[in-house]
Design a protein around this ligand. Sequence first.
Ligand SMILES: [Fe+2]
Ligand SMILES: [Fe+2]
Length: 276
Amino acid sequence: MEPAGTEGAVRRVPRVRAPEFDFRSVPRHWLAGSALTTQMANSVNLLFPTGERFFVRSVRHYLEALEDPALREQVKGFFGQEGRHARAHELFFDALRAQGYQIDGFLRVYDRVAWKELEPRMTPALRLAITAALEHYTAILAEGALRERVFDRVADKTMQDLLKWHAAEEIEHRAVAFDVLQRVAPGYGTRAAGMVVATVGLAAFWLAAMVMLLRQDRARGWRLDAHELKVWRLRPRSIVGGVFLRGMLQYFRPGFHPSDNPMDVLAEGYLSEAGL
Ligand SMILES: [Fe+2]
Ligand SMILES: [Fe+2]
């Protein structure tokens, strides 16, 4: 039997694009002038580069076992896109350092716990299942960024360019890791276990990074004021309900496939608008 969701589907190979960014003029609170929303975005940014390299390692483990040439091509496009994302986000880290944020201690702990301690204890199938689950979360975040245009008007232009390009490519390759998982380890238990570990890990590191950045803002005099509360109330969707709960509800449905979420038109619209 064909794995769910791949029946006759014709998917395009994710195209590698390499836009250039100069983050030197990005202000400290680049999202709506608010520390809370900016650090919510910055904190997940801190998780991307080494997370994306983990995704590539997890899928690469199975590359030779993939017989379908179309899926192999998609996997290679996925590697190229994730590699570019990781480098672009690391360039943004330099801007955070230049703004005075001490991020390297957090990055060292994240690196040690996630990739040096936990990753080697997992089976290759679980690593791939975690990757597929995290790709589902990134696709949901990407959809929010492009559909609800959360960055329009309120975000620094360079950050908009970074996050929308990344969002569009996450949508483009959102099914690749899942399709590889369906070929090499199609059991529901593995998929569900991947989602559980991915959810706990993402929530824990995201929250830890956000607290770390906000504590530094607080040390520099930032306080929760009326502006912060107003921006917070206006946030278009909650991370807990709109990302985590929605993500899990969809993903735990046995017949789920990432292409069930119709979001390609958003990615295509942005990429053509941006000339990418
Ligand atoms: Fe990415
Ligand atoms: Fe991705």
